[in-house]
Structures are given as structure tokens and as C-alpha cells.
Ligand binder design. Structure first.
Ligand code: FAD
Length: 453
């Protein structure tokens, strides 16, 4: 038998999405020899497919828009969204270190002025960032600083030196990492096996996200006794067209602009201002596990072309928006029982006008914020959408410095993890934009920890 190929670096990063590229760039810039191994033929993972929304507080974009936000409000919104299940020490670290993310976005020149209130927020805090530009910048800078980036290199094993992680094996190649290994392999949204094991109630959700995201990092660290966090809360995101391709997501949240959700019988079933994760689980219990976003010309006029989650033009171009001059005709086109949609909308409009309480307690557009308007000006529209498992916000247990911890709370020496592979940040639900912010902030943190080792 021939000896395996062996190469030696200060650090190895496993997975080339936002967290991995941020970690690689940072370590290379600080003078470490670093190799990034990516399982697929190209970098990007879910990060490259994402909407590009980042949750950040106290930014120049907010100040220019006249939005007053504060770190403690950001923190308390995340605590509330997570239902008290998220790890407060991780949330504190996220807020305290967000300046690192802001600085990286500055350097990449990736800001836009798009700002909105989205799931889990009581204030406009979702910033639209040019994610492709940010990823390209990190890759370019990492290579310029001497990092080695290897695609088609899945990490298959963590190589140990006693109880310390000392490298990885990919095929026949062994990569030694003197200072440590950083796991940034994303989540397990493409692993039917792990989804069935951890969240069987989500079995009806459409598998989505980066095709390479099959939970490899979780499995690798699991073998070393790593703990898990938030796994039972993993939930799909409502708002994707059932025919969306792998390359282009079709997420729309017209409900946050004033649409209502109705099932195939033309009936409402939930408070549409809830987080799209909560809505995702509610929709899985409805007939055919789908719901229509129903709205009128007023909401249609609030579409933002090119802005993920609010771009109705794109969805119309794809032929996925159904419209009709009257509610009765729309209900007919959707195959609903005669009169059902009109009755549902009438009851909803009664609630908006204060003539009756909303049956599901809806008081605002999103998270109780934003004034509701009646659905009453034709033409009327319907967007049929399902729950997609875009991301799995549960994973390895880590300390705020990104070291992976065992089930007994002790640290696994030589092993850090950042991004979606990690749990503990979201608890029961998810605030829009916290996944990308977390990937960037803690990718950088993992690099600093490894460099200091
Ligand atoms: C359609 C969609 C829209 C989204 N929109 C938003 C949004 O607007 N805001 C937000 O905050 N979040 C959003 N998310 C979630 C967010 O994109 C992810 O949580 C985040 O990008 C994860 O970053 P990451 O670097 O941890 O993982 P990824 O970007 O997924 O990268 C992980 C990489 O690791 C690779 N990998 C896996 N296993 C191995 C292995 N064994 N060896 C080597 N490489 C491996 C994968 O192939 C992949 O390239 C969205 C997700 C989707 C799918």
C-alpha cells in the first residue's frame, strides 16, 4: 500500500461558503498558511444562493434612513424570537462583534441602501448586502494573501493527535493543521437522513440550500463527542414556489407587505406576521402542505424588483403569480369552494377596520409592526408557496470563541466551527439576516482564535 499524500498547513478550513471564506481570508491576511477544502466543484454553498439580508444594528444605512436602532434592542429581539431557547452568551457575542462584519462589508464595498423590517424584528434592521460581491472579495483577498483553495475536496475524517484535532483527510490526501481545523460545512438541509432523525415533523418541507450541505461537519465532530444545540427547533421557511430550481430561489413574503395566507379551501389559518419559520411549520399542516399568499393591487404596488423576498416582478416573469380582476374569479382559478375566498377576505377586512377582532390575532405586517390595510382593490393576486428547508439553524454546540464543545461542556482541542453548522444562536425561531451575520462574524472569530492558538 502506498502512503497517503500529506501536506502541512497552520490551519485547515472545511467548507467554502461565507463562514469558510471569511475565516480563510482572515487567517491568510494574518500570516498563517491556510488551506480551504470545499467538497463541491465550486465555492459558495447556501451563502451564494441566499437573499443577502444581514441583521445589523446601529449602521450608517440605518442612520441615513432615520432608523434609530440599538444593540440592546437587537439583542432583546433575538432573545424574544428564539423563545428564550437561544444561548445568551452566543447572542451577546454576535451583537458585540458585529463591527467585524460591518468592516468586512465596507472593505468589499458590498452595501446597498435597502433596509427593511423582517421576521423577528421590531425595527428596520435587515440590510441587503451584495452577497456575490462579498464572497468574491473574500476569495480574491484570501488567494492574494497566499491561501490555498481546493474544490472537489470533501473532508471525510478529522485526523487526531491524541485528543487534539490535528488535520483532515480528503480521499487519499491528509492535510495537517498545526494551529487547528475550522468547520464551516453549513447545515444539513440536503440530508434526508438527518432531517428524518432530528425533525421528522418537517418531513414535508422541500429540501433546499447548498447541495453539499449534508451535515458533514456535524457528523465529523459528533464522532469526537461534540454536543448539539437547537436541533429540535429546526424548521423550514415558508414562501417558496414548489417549482423553484436549485439555482434560483423564489422566496416571496408578500404577507409582510400586507398579504394574507389561505389554504386550498380558501381559509386563513394563522397570524401572517409571524416569522416565516413559524409559518413554515403551520403550512406543513395544511392540505397539500401549501398556502396561497393573497393580495391586492395596493400590495402588488409595494413590490421591489431585484430585492429578494419582495420581488413580485420576477415571480410574475416566471409565470408563477396568478391574478384575476375579482376575488371570486381568483378563488375560482385556484379551485377553491365558491364564495370561500370572498368570505375569508371580508372577515379579515372587518378585523383591519376594527369591526371585529382578527381571528388569529394579527395586529401588524410583521412581528406586530406596520399598519394593516384591507385587501380590497383589484386586481387580486395569489402566489402559491410551500415550506422549503433552506437552512437548518441547529448544530454543534460551541463556546462564544467558536471552539466546539463536547456534550459535557469541555472543549475539543484544535476544533472550531462557524456558520450554519453551529447551533445555539436561534433557539425556537429565526430573525431574518442573523444567519449570514453569524457566518461572517464567527468565521472571522474562528480565524482569530486559530491564529492565537
Ligand atoms: C434560498 C436561501 C436564502 C437565504 N437567505 C438568507 C438571508 O437573506 N439572510 C440570512 O441571514 N440567511 C439566509 N439564508 C441562510 C444562509 O444563507 C446560510 O445560513 C449561510 O449562508 C450559511 O453560511 P455557511 O458559510 O455556514 O454555509 P454555506 O454557505 O452553506 O457553505 C458551506 C459549504 O461547505 C461545503 N461542505 C459541506 N460539507 C463539506 C465537506 N465534508 N468538506 C468540504 N466542504 C464541505 C458545502 O458544499 C458548502 O459550499 C438563506 C438560505 C437559502 C438557501
Amino acid at each position: 500500500m502506498t502512503a497517503p499524500d500529506a501536506r502541512s498547513f497552520d490551519a485547515i478550513v472545511v467548507g467554502g461558503g461565507l463562514a469558510g471564506l471569511a475565516a480563510t481570508q482572515r487567517m491568510a491576511a494574518s500570516g498563517l498558511s491556510v488551506a480551504l477544502v470545499e467538497k463541491r466543484g465550486r465555492l459558495g454553498g447556501s451563502s451564494a444562493m441566499s437573499g443577502g439580508w444581514f441583521a445589523l444594528s446601529g449602521t450608517a444605512v440605518q442612520r441615513r434612513a432615520g432608523v434609530e436602532d440599538a444593540d440592546d434592542v437587537f439583542l432583546s429581539d433575538m432573545v424574544a424570537t428564539g423563545g428564550g431557547f437561544a444561548d445568551p452568551s452566543l447572542l451577546d457575542a454576535l451583537v458585540a462583534r458585529q463591527a467585524q462584519a460591518v468592516a468586512a462589508i465596507d472593505r468589499a464595498d458590498a452595501w446597498t441602501d435597502e433596509l427593511k423590517v423582517s421576521a423577528g424584528m421590531t425595527i428596520a434592521r435587515a440590510h441587503l448586502i451584495r452577497i456575490g460581491r462579498l464572497l468574491a472579495y473574500l476569495e480574491r483577498e484570501a488567494l492574494a494573501a497566499g491561501a490555498v483553495i481546493l474544490v472537489d475536496h470533501p473532508a471525510e475524517e478529522l485526523v487526531m493527535d491524541g485528543r487534539r484535532v490535528a488535520g483532515i483527510r480528503s480521499g487519499r490526501a491528509v492535510f495537517a493543521a498545526d494551529a487547528g481545523v475550522v468547520l464551516t460545512t453549513g447545515g444539513f438541509s440536503r440530508s434526508r437522513e438527518l432531517l428524518d432523525l432530528f425533525v421528522p415533523d418537517q418531513a414535508g418541507a422541500m429540501p433546499y440550500g447548498g447541495v453539499g450541505n449534508t451535515g458533514d461537519g456535524i457528523r465529523l465532530a459528533w464522532m469526537l463527542g461534540a454536543g448539539l444545540a437547537d436541533i429540535g427547533h429546526v424548521a423550514g421557511t415558508y414562501g417558496q414556489h414548489p417549482d423553484a430550481s436549485d439555482d434560483e430561489h423564489e422566496l416571496l413574503t408578500a404577507n409582510y407587505l400586507g398579504a394574507i395566507l389561505v389554504n386550498a379551501h380558501g381559509e386563513r389559518f394563522t397570524d401572517e406576521s409571524e416569522s416565516y419559520k413559524v409559518l413554515g411549520t403551520a403550512v406543513l399542516t395544511q392540505p397539500s402542505r401549501m398556502a396561497f399568499q393573497i393580495f391586492d393591487a395596493g400590495v402588488r404596488a409595494r413590490s421591489k424588483p431585484g430585492v429578494p423576498l419582495s420581488d413580485m416582478e420576477r415571480i410574475e416573469e416566471l409565470g408563477h403569480l396568478v391574478s384575476a380582476p375579482t376575488l371570486s374569479e381568483l378563488g375560482h382559478r385556484l379551485g377553491m369552494p365558491p364564495g370561500a375566498l370572498e368570505r375569508t377576505v371580508e372577515r379579515y377586512n372587518d378585523g383591519v377596520a376594527g369591526r371585529a377582532a382578527d381571528p388569529f390575532g394579527r395586529t401588524g405586517l410583521v412581528t406586530g409592526v406596520g399598519a394593516l390595510a384591507p385587501v380590497d382593490s383589484g386586481p387580486f393576486y395569489a402566489y402559491p408557496a410551500v415550506t422549503a428547508m433552506t437552512s437548518t439553524y441547529g448544530g454543534l454546540s460551541v463556546a462564544p470563541d467558536t471552539s466546539v464543545t463536547r456534550i459535557d461542556g469541555t472543549r475539543i482541542e484544535g476544533l472550531s466551527a462557524a456558520g450554519e453548522v453551529v447551533g445555539g444562536f436561534h433557539g425556537a425561531s429565526y430573525m431574518t439576516g442573523t444567519a449570514l451575520t453569524k457566518a461572517l462574524v464567527f468565521g472571522i472569530e474562528a480565524a482569530d482564535r486559530t491564529a492565537a492558538a
